[in-house]
Every structure is written in structure tokens, then in C-alpha cells.
Design a protein around this ligand. Structure first.
Ligand SMILES: [Zn+2]
Length: 113
């Protein structure tokens, strides 16, 4: 198998390993409950409550995440970042495979420019 095909197959396997991904950003919310005499009236708000925020059709969605699921959600978000990086690498590989970019143009990590 050619080098590019081999690298592509490897990337696709790694992408498959990210299938538990979640896209979005984690937002910590602090709120006032509205009860009279509550400490939140004096600025000590309730929280944090966590939400996963993401856009759907241009509208921001906020999905409540219980603290007990926080670690799980963070791991899934890391899987999305990994998936994204792998997608970028796949794109570079495709550029090369399509003959639009030559290998010698690829800069090594850590180099400037
Ligand atoms: Zn309160």
C-alpha cells in the first residue's frame, strides 16, 4: 500500500476511536433564585450549574449537564477536539493525495512560519 493510503487508513481508524465525541463548550452558570432573604440576593449566587452550549441552525442551545456526568462530558469533548485535529490532518493528506501539495512543502512541528 502507498504511504498516503496507509496514513489515511490510520487516521480513519483514529477518527473512529473518537465516536463518543460531544461538540460544544461547557458553560458554568450562577443564578439568583428569587427567594426573599436568600444569600443569592446579597450577591452569593447559586451554582455553578453546568451546561453544554452549542449552535444548532444559528440558535444557541444550552443542555444542562448534571455534575455527576461532568467528567464523562469533558472526556467526550476531548474526543471531539481529537476528531477535529485528525480531520485537519486528513485534509492535509488529501491535498497531498490530490497532487495539490507536495510533501516538501509540509513544515515540521516546531518550525516557524
Ligand atoms: Zn437563592
Amino acid at each position: 500500500m502507498k504511504r498516503l493510503e496507509r496514513e489515511k487508513a490510520k487516521l480513519l481508524r483514529e477518527i473512529q476511536g473518537c465516536s463518543g465525541m460531544l461538540q460544544g463548550s461547557l458553560v458554568a452558570l450562577y443564578r439568583k433564585c428569587g427567594k426573599k432573604g436568600c444569600h443569592c440576593e446579597r450577591g452569593q449566587k447559586h451554582g455553578p450549574a453546568y451546561c453544554l452550549s452549542f449552535k444548532e441552525g444559528g440558535v444557541t442551545q444550552m443542555v444542562y449537564i448534571p455534575v455527576s456526568r461532568l467528567k464523562e462530558v469533558k472526556r467526550a469533548m476531548e474526543a471531539f477536539s481529537r476528531y477535529w485535529e485528525l480531520g485537519v490532518r486528513l485534509s492535509r493528506l488529501n491535498l497531498e493525495a490530490m497532487g495539490l501539495r507536495r510533501r516538501r512543502d509540509v513544515r515540521k512541528k516546531g518550525s516557524t512560519g
